[in-house]
Write a protein that binds this ligand. Structure first.
Ligand code: SF4
Ligand code: SF4
Length: 641
C-alpha cells in the first residue's frame, strides 16, 4: 500500500479531504496479486488460506504467465507476491527479477519474515529488485506472536529480518500488517509501539473475518468491537499524525464514526470477490452456495454487502424485476430486436440533443429514459413518454420555468448545484411539484469514487430538505436524510455492461463494480436504535466517506419516524432480506436471451492441482510398495523451479 510518505502538517479539514483523495488514488492504483505457493511455515490461528489445498508450489512458467497477465490485461504497475508464504518458493529471487525485467515498477511481498532473518536470502531479494516488504506482526511479545502464528521462534526471526530491512539504506520500503483478533486487540497499541520504535511508519490493520482457521478458532479469534473501541480508536488516530499512515482492511464501517478517512476504499471489494471468483461463478450459474454461507459467519463478514447485492441481482433477473435497460451510449444495436430482458420495459439512453434522439429510430414498444446533454429547447411535436434525467441548474431554469408537456417526467439529480437552484427557486419548484406529483422525482445519485461524491453531493441532505420545506418525491436517500419527503424507489436499472458478451451470464467483475458504484451502503452503529433500521440499507459508502457517519440520524417511533416507517413498509412489504440475516440462497438466473444456460460447475485450478497431487502421492506409494520405478517428480512440489 505504500506511497503516502510522511506529511507536513496543514489545516485540518482541507488536509484531511486532500489526504483521503490521495489515499483513493493510491488504493486504486492498478496492482496485481500473484500467489506463488500455498505452502506456509506458520499455522496462524486466523489463517484465511487454510481452506485452500496446502503445499502447492506454482511452477515458474505459471507464475510468469500470471505476471505478464497483470501487466497486459490489468495494466498493473505494482505486483504483490503472496502465498501462503511466498518466500518459500524455490525460485523466489528469479520471480522477483522477472517481474522487474518485464516492467513492474514495484515488487512487493507479504511475509511472516522467517526467511529474511538469513542475510544471504535478504540480500538476494534486494539484489533481484524487491522494493517493498510487508511484515506480518501479530504480537508485541514472542509469546503472543508465536502463539498466534503457532510457530516457535517466529517473533525473533521476524524482528531480525525487519530490523535488517529497516536499517538498510538501500533496502526496500518496510511496513507492517497486523491481523486484529481477540488475543491481540487489547495490546494493539503495544504491538504498534514496538514497530514504531523500530522505525515503521505504515500499518495495514486487518480485521479478522469468518473464514478458514479464523472461523474454526472463532471463540479465540472473534471479539466484540465495541468493547475495544478505545484502543482501536487510539491506534487509528495515528493516521492523523503527519508521520504515520494507517490503512484498515475489512474493518466494520459502522464503528469508524469520526474516522471515516479510515473506511477502506470500496474497490477492495473487487479483490475480495476476485479471490472467491470460482465460488461466486458456481453460485451465479448453478445456485451452489459459497462454502462459507452460514448466517453465523455472514453476520461478521465484510463481504456481506456484495453477497446481498448478488442475491438481489439474481432475484431481479428471475422475477423480471428490472425496469430500465441502460445502454452505455446512443447507438441502438441489434440486441433490441426482441423484448427487453429481465422485465425491463424502458430503454435508458444518452443523446447529445433531441434531434439525435428523434433520428435514432427508437423502438415504439418500449418506454424511454433519456439523458439529453442539451435538453433545451424541448422538441415540438414529440409525444412519446420520456423520463428525462437532469442535474444542471441551466437545464432546471429552462425546464421548470413553464408547465411541462404531458409526455415528460423528470428525475432530478440532487447535488450541490441543483440544491442551490431549488432553494433559490423554491416558489417555482412548489408550483411544479404540485402540478407534476410523482412525475418530478428528486434522486440522490451514488458515485463510484469518493472524489465524485465530494465534488457533486449536497452536504447534509437532511438540512437541505429542512430548509426547502417542501414535500417532494425522493429516492436514493435513507429516511433520516429526507425528512418530510415522499420516499420512493428509483427504477431498477441494468444493461449489457453487466453481462459477459461471450456467455450472456452475469460478469463477476462488472457485478462487483456495479455493487461499489450503486449498491454499497453502510450504517452507523447508532442505526440499531432507528425505527426503520430493518427497512433501510443505509447511506452510500462514498457519501459516508465524504460526509461521515454523522449523516445516520436514528429516527424515533413518532413524528417523521412513524411516517417514514409506514412509507417504507409500503415500498418493501417483504422487508429487505439480507444474507447476514439468514436469507435463503437464490436459484440461478437465466442467461441473456439467445444464450444457453451455464454448462456446469467451474473448478478452482488450485483444487485441480490438489487433486493431481493426491493422485501423484497414491501413484508413488503404489510404486514404492511394488518396487516399480517411481513416477516423475511432483510438478507442484517445492523442487519445481
Ligand atoms: S457474506 Fe457469507 S456467503 Fe458471503 S462471503 Fe461472507 S461468509 Fe461467505
Ligand atoms: S437506519 Fe440509519 S441510515 Fe437508515 S434511516 Fe435510520 S438512522 Fe438513517
Amino acid at each position: 500500500m505504500s506511497g503516502l510518505g510522511p506529511r507536513a502538517a496543514a489545516s485540518p479539514a482541507n488536509e484531511l479531504q486532500a489526504r483521503m483523495l490521495e489515499r483513493e488514488r493510491i488504493a486504486n492504483r492498478p496492482k496485481h496479486w500473484v500467489r506463488l505457493v500455498t505452502a506456509c511455515n506458520s499455522k496462524c490461528l486466523f489463517c484465511l488460506d487454510a481452506d485452500t489445498p496446502r503445499n502447492v508450489y506454482l511452477p515458474v512458467e505459471e507464475v510468469q504467465a500470471e505476471l505478464r497477465r497483470g501487466l497486459e490485461e490489468l495494466g498493473a504497475d505494482k505486483v504483490i507476491l503472496s502465498g501462503g508464504e511466498a518466500s518459500l518458493h524455490p525460485a523466489f529471487h528469479e520471480i522477483i527479477r522477472y517481474a522487474k525485467d518485464i516492467g513492474y515498477d514495484r515488487v512487493q511481498t507479504v511475509t511472516n519474515g522467517w526467511r529474511y532473518a538469513d542475510l544471504a536470502f535478504y540480500k538476494a531479494c534486494v539484489a533481484a529488485g524487491l522494493g517493498e516488504i510487508t511484515f506480518s506482526l501479530h504480537g508485541h511479545t514472542p509469546e503472543l506472536h508465536d502463539h498466534l502464528t503457532q510457530h516457535p521462534g517466529a517473533f525473533q526471526r521476524l524482528i531480525k529480518g525487519m530490523v535488517r530491512a529497516l536499517r538498510d539504506p538501500a533496502g526496500p520500503i518496510v511496513n507492517v500488517d497486523v491481523v486484529i483478533n481477540k488475543q491481540n486487540v487489547p495490546v494493539l497499541d503495544k504491538i504498534m509501539e514496538l514497530a514504531i520504535s523500530l522505525g515503521v511508519t505504515e500499518f495495514d490493520l486487518l480485521h479478522v473475518i469468518p473464514q478458514a482457521n479464523a472461523y474454526d478458532n472463532r471463540d479465540a479469534m472473534f471479539y466484540d468491537v465495541k468493547d475495544h473501541l478505545p484502543v482501536l480508536h487510539k491506534v487509528f488516530a495515528l493516521n492523523r499524525h503527519p508521520r504515520f499512515v494507517i490503512w484498515t482492511n475489512r474493518f466494520p464501517v459502522e464503528f469508524l464514526e469520526g474516522m471515516e478517512d479510515l473506511v477502506q476504499d470500496p474497490h477492495k471489494m473487487l479483490d475480495e470477490v476476485n479471490g472467491r471468483r470460482f465460488m461466486v461463478r458456481n453460485y451465479l450459474d448453478q445456485g451452489r452456495a459459497l462454502d462459507c454461507r452460514q448466517p453465523e459467519r455472514c453476520v461478521h463478514c465484510f463481504i456481506e454487502p456484495f453477497c446481498t447485492t448478488m442475491d438481489r441481482t439474481i432475484a431481479a433477473q428471475r422475477a423480471a424485476g428490472f425496469a430500465v435497460w441502460s445502454l452505455p451510449s446512443s447507438p441502438i444495436s441489434t440486441e433490441l430486436s426482441g423484448p427487453l430482458p429481465f422485465g425491463c420495459d424502458t430503454l435508458g439512453l444518452r443523446f447529445a440533443d433531441w434531434g439525435a434522439a428523434a433520428a435514432a429510430g427508437l423502438p415504439e414498444t418500449v418506454g424511454l429514459e433519456l439523458i439529453v446533454d442539451a435538453p433545451l429547447p424541448l422538441p415540438l411535436g414529440w409525444s412519446r413518454p420520456v423520463r428525462l434525467r437532469v442535474s444542471g441548474a441551466d437545464a432546471l431554469d429552462g425546464l421548470l420555468a413553464a408547465p411541462l408537456p404531458d409526455w415528460l417526467s423528470i428525475e432530478l439529480a440532487l447535488g450541490a448545484e441543483s440544491a442551490r437552484w431549488m432553494l433559490e427557486h423554491r416558489a417555482l419548484l412548489a408550483e411544479r411539484a404540485a402540478e407534476l406529483g410523482p412525475r418530478l422525482r428528486v434522486d440522490q445519485p451514488s458515485w463510484e469514487h469518493l472524489s465524485e461524491a465530494a465534488a457533486a453531493d449536497v452536504k447534509d441532505p437532511a438540512a437541505f430538505f429542512a430548509a426547502l420545506g417542501l414535500s417532494l418525491w425522493v429516492s436514493g436517500l435513507p429516511a433520516c436524510q429526507a425528512p418530510g419527503q415522499r420516499l420512493c424507489l428509483a427504477p431498477a436499472r441494468t444493461g449489457p455492461a453487466l453481462f459477459e458478451p461471450e456467455t450472456g451470464r452475469v460478469d463477476i467483475r462488472a457485478l462487483a463494480r456495479t455493487h461499489v458504484a450503486d449498491h454499497y451502503r453502510a450504517k452507523s452503529v447508532r442505526c440499531r436504535d432507528c425505527v426503520v433500521n430493518s427497512l433501510c440499507d443505509g447511506v452510500h459508502i462514498n457519501m459516508i466517506r465524504d460526509q461521515g457517519l454523522r449523516l445516520c440520524r436514528p429516527l424515533a417511533a413518532e413524528g417523521w419516524g412513524a411516517e417514514a416507517e409506514a412509507q417504507l413498509r409500503a415500498l418493501h412489504p417483504e422487508g429487505l432480506p439480507r444474507v447476514r440475516d439468514g436469507k435463503p440462497v437464490e436459484a440461478p438466473a437465466p442467461s441473456l436471451p439467445g444464450f444457453a444456460a451455464s454448462a456446469g460447475l467451474v473448478i478452482d485450478p488450485l483444487a485441480a492441482v490438489a487433486e493431481k497431487l493426491r493422485a501423484r502421492r497414491a501413484e508413488r506409494a503404489a510404486a514404492q510398495a511394488s518396487g516399480a520405478p517411481l513416477p516423475a517428480a511432483n510438478p507442484y512440489g517445492p523442487r519445481a523451479t
